[in-house]
Structure formats: structure tokens, C-alpha cells
Design a protein around this ligand. Structure first.
Ligand code: GLN
Length: 225
């Protein structure tokens, strides 16, 4: 289904290897991207979780900021999870820091209290108008505290958006690569394969409201990020 598609995983720091495995299970070729020139070889890019301040320093050192702005301007899809979302957001709090601003959301870093720093939940996403069960692992996760008018909520947890999309930019506050559930990576592969965003109309923008029920389960992953 996604043969012929090549997706890069930004491999400066963080959880890139697990993303490459998850994408591999979707049948796409993956490349670990360490230099901006490699962006020319990939049809889509995953920015993994990790530590956003460290990622920012490394991105800056390697010249990734203008390269990613250019990549996005060319219409190439980007998927950011957790720290990756923080880097892609329009504005970041706790504390304020630079971000690329490629999706019109505001995020608060490390927004869950100590007890719930890391946890798993099962929920329902609405992808291409279909309700789909998904597994979610949250690790020192950010919270999306503002959604711009062009941003579509794709999944919620306890009434808050945890997965969203604006055009070719997909973000999640959780780590789909740490589960065996391929749903979210498959969805991104499909965005990359079709090469253009599906139409987002006003009626679908809040389509998960009331429909994205979630159940928390005890954490089994506890990575220190
Ligand atoms: N807490 C990290 C940050 O602020 C993100 C954690 C993660 O990516 N799992 O950058």
C-alpha cells in the first residue's frame, strides 16, 4: 500500500529508532536523517520525542531550522511526536522557547503532574472520518493548550486534544512508536503516499468531541525524558 514511499526520521536525539521500526512495519523504506541535505531524499519526515531543548540545540548546530521551513514550504508531510510536536508548534510555554511554528497550536511542556508524568491510555481517534481505537503512551508529555482555526483534532484524552493535524503537519502529544499499534504511523504513511492533505471542513474539525473516549491503564514504559 505504501511501497515506494521513503520516510525520514530525524535522528539527532531521542526515540528515532523505534519510529523507524514502526514505519518499517508499515512497509515503507526509512532513513535516519542526520543532515539537512538528506531531507531531499525523503517524502515525509518524523520528528521523534526526546528532549526539545537538546533537539533545538542540535537542529540549530546542523542548520535544520531553515531546511525544515523549506521542507514544509515544499508541501512535504511532517509528523512530530511529543518533543517533535513542541518543536513544530507555533508557541511554547513552560518555559517559552523557540519553535518552528509549522502548526498553529500552543503547547505547554511537561504539563502533566508528577504522579501522571508517564501513563498509558487507550482511546479512539477519528481518522479520515472513521473512528479507530488507538493506544497511547504519554511520557512527560506536553499539553496542547491552544488550537488554531485551521487545526483538526484527531484524538482526545480526557477532553483534550492529543493528536492534531493542519495540512501536511501531523502532531501527537503521545508516543505511538512505543506500542504495537500501527494505526497512527499508517495514517502518516497515507498522508505521505497521497502527497496532499485531505480536505478539512468545519464539521469534521471537532469530530471527536464526545466520541474519543479513553481509558487509562498503568504505565509500563518509563523513559526519563
Ligand atoms: N518533556 C520533553 C520536552 O519538553 C518531551 C518529552 C518527550 O518527548 N517524551 O521536551
Amino acid at each position: 500500500m505504501t511501497a515506494g514511499v521513503r520516510i525520514g526520521v530525524l535522528a539527532l536525539q531521542g526515540d528515532f529508532a523505534m519510529h523507524a521500526q514502526a514505519l518499517g512495519r508499515c512497509g515503507v523504506e526509512t532513513i535516519e536523517v542526520r543532515k539537512p541535505e538528506q531531507l531531499a531524499d525523503v517524502d515525509g519526515l518524523v520528528i521523534p520525542g526526546g528532549e526539545s531543548t537538546t533537539l533545538l540545540k542540535l537542529m540549530d548546530a546542523w542548520g535544520f531550522v531553515p531546511a525544515l521551513e523549506q521542507y514544509h514550504a515544499e508541501g512535504k508531510p511532517i509528523f512530530g511526536t511529543c518533543a517533535g510536536l513542541i518543536l513544530l508548534a507555533r508557541d511554547v510555554q513552560n518555559p517559552r522557547q523557540f519553535s518552528l511554528g509549522l502548526i498553529d497550536v500552543g503547547v505547554e511542556r511537561n504539563a502533566y503532574g508528577r504522579q501522571r508524568e508517564s501513563f498509558e491510555a487507550r482511546g479512539v481517534a477519528t481518522l479520515d472520518g472513521r473512528r479507530t481505537p488507538i493506544e497511547m503512551v504519554f511520557i512527560r508529555a506536553p499539553r496542547i493548550c491552544r488550537l488554531g482555526p485551521g487545526v483538526q483534532t484527531l484524538a482526545e484524552h480526557r477532553g483534550e486534544t492529543v493528536m492534531a493535524r493542519e495540512g501536511t503537519v501531523l502532531v501527537a502529544t503521545f508516543h505511538p512508536e512505543l506500542t504495537d499499534d500501527p494505526t497512527v504511523h499508517r495514517y502518516f504513511c497515507e498522508i505521505v503516499r497521497t502527497g496532499h492533505p485531505t480536505h478539512v471542513d468545519a464539521s469534521s474539525r471537532s469530530s471527536v468531541s464526545g466520541g474519543a473516549s479513553t481509558t487509562d491503564v498503568p504505565p509500563t514504559h518509563s523513559r526519563g525524558r
